[in-house]
Structures are given as structure tokens and as C-alpha cells.
Design a protein around this ligand. Structure first.
Ligand SMILES: [Zn+2]
Length: 490
């Protein structure tokens, strides 16, 4: 592949060589500000963004078929799912596996049947698997316990080797994590997440996408993320390239019922910074290049914000740069433990009287995870956020692989302000090119792009020391992939 060389004044179009003039003028702005500032703050020129940040990112366009699908998300069907889940009394991981009416076994059988009925509408494209294993004695598992995930897979067409996973957890709990007999309705935690997963399965089953979609209910979450740990480990062992995973856990209430105002149009998306799997050496490099805010989960989150705006979903995404709530975790962590990009999606503010509590009234206060506290329209909006993200991920090119930025100067030079990037070609045949995306190091999201053509390397006359850079793929429909952030090589 050709190595394109693009200068700092490119403004989005390839030019044949480095522009000395642009380089000098960009430096002059910075130098003037630096010298003048201490002397006359009020009259010194403001810092100006260099032209090298590229042209503005396009406003996204949305497939009319996606809009139609979002219009079909049905709060009443979501309500019916949660009502049914609550009727199992408890879905505790150690509750009965064989009782046809009460317990985790009956709930698993019901979800499996739902998934199978949905798969029957897919023309053979969606398959359903019960992934069963025995969890040995471990924290909150006093005796070896059978745990079953229910996994619906919608096979991708063009690049089925990449996976996008959405989960909700089927199990529930009450006050004592080992109490498997008391009622644990789990309407919000996590009947809401399971209802989201089933609704997505229903709506996506009749579509096809380049990438593979996995919609799963996992179990054993409350005991220690055991179901999702097993699922993620199995996917990693099979070499599955999971390029995005979302745990929908507690997505049912816009209203915390604690005196704070309801916030029905906000959902939180937690995104870890430094990846869970980063080695000490990788952390050292991250510190050295300022890559702490550019881990794979953060790039996934930026992508979701761009493809699931309020105009499309009726929901604002509040991105939170934290793996999860303080010292707590959910099934996204199981996937992050294998280096996969993942996020936790959850309601804006929890009410701890409703979570992990026996159903009871104390001093006039209702405790317990009851369906009366669930807002089905809210769950529907969260489901739309998931649907928009899933659609964009599975329909767009995959995230470019093997992206590196070279730090060694060209032969004979003592150093360089040039930035040379290289990556592997995407597998999708409809990829028409790549864009380098840029932002100031202090910006929270990418602000500019430089289209570089259908190449696998490029040299820019932009100092890598001053900005953040990434690469994304673009296809013939104008869809773009999530952004890859480079690792460093000499
Ligand atoms: Zn939960």
C-alpha cells in the first residue's frame, strides 16, 4: 500500500508533501502566546487551534431502517417481560434448577424458549445456546452450582469473526447474598436488563449485519460475575474478536424516589480508562505518551455517543470516565478482563432501598426490587440507545487493527515532528478508505479528521507531541468504524 504524506494545512485533502509554511505559522502562534502572556495578559493573542486538527467531523446520518427499528421498541412488551420475570419469585443463583414455577431454573427455561421463538423468525441467521457450567465452591458459592447463560447469536455476513455483545443478568438476590429462598423479584436489577436483551433480540433477528451480534442473559452475576466470566473466557479461548460489549444492569428507573428530581432522559455509561488488562509495561508507555484517556473502552464510548444521540433515541448519554460505580462492578468487567472494549449502562441514580433488599415495609418505607418502581418508557429509551449503538457497530467497518505510531526519525535526522502511522487493512471489502482523527489532548472527544485514502500508512506534518491521533475506517456508505488508538514503535 502507498504511504501518503499529508501536511499540517491539509484541511482534509491529501497534499503531496510537507508544508513548511504551515508548520512555521502554527509554531509562531504558540511562541507568541508563550512570550507575551506573562507581560500583558489582557492583550496577548489567545491560543489558536492549529489548522492541523483537520476538518470538522461530519454530523452522522442514520439509516431509515434503524429509525424504523427504534420506533418498534415497545414499552408494553418490556413491561410484560419484567412482569413474567418477577413471577419466578426468586432468580437467585442457588435457587431451584428443577421447580417448574419458582427459581432460576424455571426462569432460564422461559428465557430460552423466548429466545428460540425469536430465533425462529430469523430465517436461520440467529441461533440460541444454553451455555451451562458448574461453578466450583468460591466466594458466595458455598456448594458447586450449575450456572446457565442463554446466548442468542446473529451471525455476521461480511466479517463474522468480529463480535458485539449485549448482556443483562438473569439472576437476582435479596439482603443476604446466600439467601436463595426469600423473594427476590429483581424487577430493576436486572429484569430491566433482561427485558432490554429480549427486545433487542426480537428487533434485530430479522436483519443482517456485516459483524456478528450476541444478545445474552448471563447468570451468577450477584455471586461474583460468574456467568459472564465464563462466557467471556469461552469467547477469548475461541479467539472471538469482541469489539464492543455492553452490560445493561439496573436500567429500569428514571426516578430514585429519594427526594431527588427524576431524570427520565439520562442514562449513565461507565467507561474505564486504563484497561484492566494493561501490563506494567503498557501502563508505563501510556504514561509516557499521554494515552491514559485513550483505552479501548473510552474509544467505544466515544463511538456510542456519536451514533446514539438524543435526536435518535430520546435519551441523553451521561458518559462517566470510571470503570463502574465506586468499588462496584458488573458483567462488563468480565469482558474487560480479556482486553475487550466494554461499558456498563445504568440508570441515573440508584435507590439502595430497592436493590439487594428483602421485600418488606419498615417504618412506612417500602424495601425491595419491585416492579412498581420500574419506568417501562425509560427502559425502552435505554433499549433504543443500545439498538442504535449495536446497529452502528455491526453495520460499520471494524476497528482498524495493529495501529502503530513510529517515533524513530527518518534516517540522518536527529529527531522529527512528523507523525508516521501504520495499520493493517480492514477485512471488509466495502471499506473505501481511512481517516486520521485528531483532538487537542484536553478535549474529551475527537474533533477533526483528515481523510488519507485507501492506504495502510501515512505520514503527517503534525507533531504527535501536541495532539491525540487515531485512525478509523470508512465504507462506501459513509459509515465509519470506532477509532483505533496507536501503540508506539521505534
Ligand atoms: Zn445487577
Amino acid at each position: 500500500m502507498e504511504n501518503t504524506h499529508i501536511s499540517e494545512n491539509a484541511h482534509g485533502s491529501a497534499s503531496p508533501g510537507p508544508s513548511r509554511r504551515a508548520f512555521v505559522s502554527a509554531s509562531a502562534v504558540t511562541a507568541t502566546a508563550a512570550v507575551a502572556a506573562p507581560l500583558a495578559l489582557s492583550t496577548s493573542p489567545a491560543y489558536a487551534r492549529p489548522a492541523g486538527l483537520g476538518s470538522a467531523l461530519d454530523a452522522p446520518t442514520f439509516d431509515p431502517a434503524l429509525r424504523q427499528l427504534l420506533g418498534q421498541v415497545d414499552p408494553n412488551r418490556i413491561k410484560a417481560t419484567i412482569q413474567r420475570l418477577v413471577q419466578f419469585g426468586t432468580r437467585h443463583t442457588a435457587s431451584s434448577q428443577t421447580d417448574p414455577v419458582r427459581g432460576i431454573g424455571a426462569a432460564t427455561a422461559w428465557v430460552t424458549q423466548q429466545m428460540q421463538d425469536i430465533a425462529a423468525t430469523s430465517g436461520g441467521n440467529m441461533t440460541v445456546q444454553q451455555q451451562t457450567f458448574v461453578q466450583p465452591v468460591s466466594s458466595a458459592i458455598p456448594v458447586p452450582t450449575t450456572i446457565t447463560n442463554v446466548i442468542a447469536t446473529l451471525q455476521g455476513t461480511a466479517s463474522p469473526e468480529r463480535f458485539y455483545v449485549i448482556t443483562g443478568h438473569l439472576d437476582s438476590r435479596c439482603s443476604d447474598v446466600l439467601d436463595f429462598t426469600s423473594d427476590a423479584p429483581g424487577a430493576d436489577d436486572d429484569g430491566s436488563g433482561v427485558a432490554c436483551v429480549l427486545e433487542l433480540a426480537r428487533l434485530f433477528a430479522t436483519h443482517q449485519f456485516p459483524g456478528t451480534i450476541v444478545l445474552a442473559t448471563v447468570a451468577g452475576e450477584e455471586q461474583g460475575l460468574y456467568g459472564s466470566s465464563h462466557m467471556a473466557a469461552q469467547m477469548a479461548a475461541a479467539g472471538n474478536d469482541v469489539q464492543g460489549m455492553f452490560s445493561n444492569d439496573i436500567i429500569g428507573a428514571s426516578h430514585s424516589f429519594d427526594g431527588h428530581k427524576p431524570d427520565p432522559f439520562t442514562v449513565r455509561m461507565f467507561l474505564e480508562g486504563i484497561p484492566t488488562t494493561a501490563t506494567p509495561n503498557q501502563i508505563s508507555i501510556m504514561q509516557s505518551v499521554g494515552g491514559e484517556n485513550d483505552g479501548v473502552s473510552r474509544q467505544l464510548g466515544r463511538f456510542v455517543v456519536s451514533v446514539a444521540p438524543f435526536d435518535l433515541t430520546g435519551m441523553n448519554i451521561r458518559t462517566i470516565w470510571r470503570r463502574d460505580r465506586y468499588l462496584r462492578g458488573t458483567d462488563s468487567l468480565s469482558f474487560q478482563r480479556h482486553g475487550y472494549p466494554a461499558a456498563r449502562i445504568t440508570e441515573p441514580r440508584e435507590n439502595f432501598n430497592h436493590e439487594h433488599q428483602n421485600v418488606r415495609v419498615e417504618n412506612g418505607v417500602q424495601f425491595g426490587d419491585l416492579i412498581e418502581f420500574v419506568d417501562f418508557d425509560y427502559v425502552a429509551r435505554v433499549t433504543r440507545v443500545n439498538a442504535a449503538a449495536l446497529w452502528a457497530l455491526a453495520a460499520s467497518p471494524s476497528t482498524p487493527k495493529d495501529l502503530v505510531i513510529h517515533t524513530a526519525p527518518p534516517a540522518g535526522l536527529p529527531g522529527t515532528n512528523l507523525s508516521s502511522l501504520a495499520w493493517s487493512a480492514n477485512p471488509e471489502t466495502n471499506v473505501t478508505g481511512y481517516e486520521v482523527v485528531l483532538r487537542e489532548t484536553t478535549d474529551d472527544d475527537w474533533t477533526g479528521k483528515i481523510p488519507v485514502g485507501n492506504v495502510t500508512s501515512v505520514t503527517l506534518d503534525i507533531s504527535k507531541d501536541n495532539v491525540q491521533m487515531g485512525v478509523r475506517a470508512v465504507d462506501s456508505q459513509g459509515n465509519h468504524s470506532p477509532v483505533a488508538f496507536p501503540t508506539v514503535v521505534n
